[in-house]
Design a protein around this ligand. Structure first.
Ligand code: SF4
Length: 196
């Protein structure tokens, strides 16, 4: 019988990955968390510089806001036996003209399929920001991120698209009060149900 790779073995291979090292500003340092019992995956974009330095995903103001959206304490948020945190790109991609560069395009197609196959209990995937939505929803996305988020019931129960909680998106959020009133209550309810 062929040997089946465990999640731990797969994560070891991810941590040794150098596939796009030539395009990264620092040596690769994949930032992700997962255990085979997780029921929820959070797919964001790529780690920022601070996150890459500490090795702790969402360890920044974006993470604070995301936890507030989900109404989760840090303790639960970082409990990888319940929540897997697997961004669209695992290593810090460097600075671009306006903010960080996009996640490296090699990363998600290479690593997400085997990681998901090793996470059999996942029931819901949060797609945080446009890169995660592009990878998972592709042509099923609407004309804008705003419309994709508004159409969240169409993607449930498998996916839940969200804007990125970065402080840079404060204005976006202020201009869309429906996000607080119509999206967050369902998101919180579903996440609380799953994490029980
Ligand atoms: S970003 Fe992804 S593909 Fe590139 S080196 Fe890091 S883990 Fe490998």
């Amino acid at each position: 019988m062929p040997h089946r790779e465990t999640l731990e073995q797969l994560l070891r291979r991810v941590r040794e990955c150098t596939v796009c090292a030539a395009h990264l500003p620092y040596p690769p340092k994949p930032v992700l968390l997962a255990k085979a019992t997780a029921r929820l995956i959070i797919v964001g974009q790529a780690p920022g510089r601070k996150v890459q330095e500490t090795g702790i995903p969402w360890n920044d103001p974006s993470g604070d806001r995301l936890r507030e959206w989900l109404q989760l304490s840090k303790e639960v948020f970082y409990d990888e036996s319940r929540i897997a945190i697997i961004p669209a790109g695992f290593c810090y991609p460097g600075k671009g003209k306006s903010g960080d560069m996009p996640p490296r395009p090699e990363c998600a197609p290479l690593w997400h399929p085997p990681l998901r196959a090793a996470l059999p209990k996942i029931e819901l995937t949060l797609l945080v920001g446009s890169y995660a939505q592009e990878h998972y929803l592709g042509k099923l996305r609407k004309g804008s991120l705003s419309d994709t988020v508004k159409a969240f019931p169409e993607y449930m129960p498998v996916y839940f698209p969200l804007p990125h909680p970065s402080p840079r998106n404060r204005l976006w959020l202020r201009q869309r009060p429906w996000f607080d009133t119509d999206v967050l209550p369902t998101l919180r309810e579903r996440v609380a149900e799953l994490l029980g």
